[in-house]
Design a protein around this ligand. Structure first.
Ligand code: BTN
Length: 256
């Protein structure tokens, strides 16, 4: 299977995830990539809008991995690594990963991932990995607190085609490793802006404060709450976190 064996390029769509899901439901084989110049109904996690004007990269990849739906949290979390690698290779910028799947530069969000899929009886049917990267967009056009674009940070335009090609290349090697059961754990940890830090986590209506200890094998973020309880944040679609001590050094502890 090759990611990008078929690429659908659109000037505009509601959401590339919707487009890829429509094809998935019609029996499309894995490897389909949908890329659009603009989205009119781009969406992110937690039901948020993903502002998608011209100048951003909006990509969805259809995969049919041999995974249990329970493994989708890990799949989602680690998928940020190949995207971060692609951004770094094209821009030379240093990226940071904010659990579960934000990609940041200098503490500001430049990209996000949204994984959607279906599965039953312990088997994923399909997964659509949606990737949004703020490439050549002014942050005032985004109008999102804490967000910026790669072009704005670099002070120059970035070639969207080069970045798109790099994303596909990195996703291919990520997917190949995934098929062998290997996740890029060390690379994730090295880029994490969360592990070892004090955080505030909102899970549905509840708020927890504590220290982010480590990433569990299933992709859950394990924290030690200020009350001394060890908690697993695993329901990524309903959870958002905020680092509350960003300046302290990142003393990431080992699992044992
Ligand atoms: C997030 O940070 O909350 C995730 C954002 C994901 C945005 C991408 S853009 C391509 C794909 N289509 C969508 O509607 N969303 C994803």
């Amino acid at each position: 299977m090759t990611i990008g064996r078929r690429i659908i390029r659109l000037d505009e769509t509601t959401s590339t995830n919707d487009e890829a899901k429509r094809h998935a439901k019609n029996g499309e084989a894995e490897g389909l990539v949908v890329v659009a110049k603009r989205q009119t109904e781009g969406r992110g996690r937690l039901g948020r809008e993903w502002v998608s004007p011209q100048g951003g990269l909006y990509v969805s990849v259809l995969l049919r991995p041999d995974l249990d739906p329970k493994q989708l949290t890990a799949f989602t979390v680690y998928s940020a690594v190949p995207v971060a690698r692609a951004i770094e290779s094209i821009t030379g910028l240093k990226t940071e990963l904010k659990w579960p799947n934000d990609i940041q530069v200098d503490g500001r969000k430049v990209a996000g991932l949204l994984v959607e899929g279906t599965g039953q009886q312990g088997k994923v049917d399909f997964v659509v990995l949606g990737i949004g990267i703020n490439v050549n967009i002014e942050s005032k056009e985004l109008g999102v607190d804490g967000a910026t674009s790669l072009g704005e940070v670099l002070g120059r335009e970035i070639d969207q085609d080069d970045l798109f090609a790099a994303v596909l290349l990195e996703l291919k090697s990520y997917n190949e490793q995934l098929m062998k059961g290997k996740y890029p754990e060390d690379e994730y940890v090295a880029r994490s802006s969360v592990l070892g830090h004090q955080i505030e986590a909102k899970v549905g209506r509840e708020t927890f404060r504590g220290k982010a200890l480590y990433l569990a094998p299933d992709g859950a973020l394990v924290i030690k709450s200020d009350e001394g309880l060890v908690l697993r944040l695993s329901w990524v679609n309903d959870t958002s976190i905020r680092v509350t001590d960003p300046t302290e050094s990142n003393d990431y502890p080992t699992k044992d």
